[in-house]
Design a protein around this ligand. Structure first.
Ligand code: SF4
Ligand code: SF4
Length: 149
């Protein structure tokens, strides 16, 4: 008899503790979203895939094709080529290839770039059924969309 009463009391106490936690959470601000219909905005420190940064005024990549990122990458992900176009004083990037399937997001390329031409994106929707989608071989073309080559 005593055992049954004790079990009843323990069960009721557990119910009260559970209800207390539920009520506490009920009034806290919601932190989850209906993914994939909604997405969270990633914080600045988030490391998405590496991307070329555009100049806000010209819309062109600021990369000077120095190849420092190519040399610094421990996984051989990056291949950069550049050329000096007619009328230009400096060399600029003509090809920028990045194989994201090999990238470990170590950040060496971002750190070594002398002109801050590389950055981590904040894109976390990186699932794909095709490996080819992670070869950013046309990244430069997208960055300079509309610009004569
Ligand atoms: S983050 Fe690291 S592994 Fe990825 S491309 Fe840059 S240097 Fe290479
Ligand atoms: S280190 Fe920067 S400027 Fe040099 S090739 Fe790489 S992205 Fe371009």
């Amino acid at each position: 008899m005593m055992k049954a009463i004790k079990e009843l009391f323990t069960g009721f106490w557990s119910l009260l503790v559970g209800m207390k936690i539920t009520l506490q959470q009920f009034f806290k601000p919601q932190v989850t979203v209906q993914y994939p219909h909604q997405s969270l905005k990633m914080p600045k420190r988030f490391r998405g895939h590496i991307m070329l940064v555009k100049d806000v005024i010209t819309g062109k990549s600021v990369c000077i094709a120095c190849k420092s990122c190519e040399k610094a990458c421990p996984s051989d992900c990056i291949v950069v080529d550049g050329l000096k176009r007619e009328g230009d004083k400096k060399k600029s990037v003509s090809d920028f290839m990045l194989d994201f399937t090999k990238c470990s997001l170590c950040g060496s390329c971002v750190e070594v770039c002398p002109v801050d031409a590389l950055a981590f994106s904040r894109d976390y929707n990186l699932a794909s059924t095709s490996k080819e989608q992670f070869y950013q071989i046309d990244l430069y073309k997208r960055v300079t969309e509309g610009q004569p080559q």
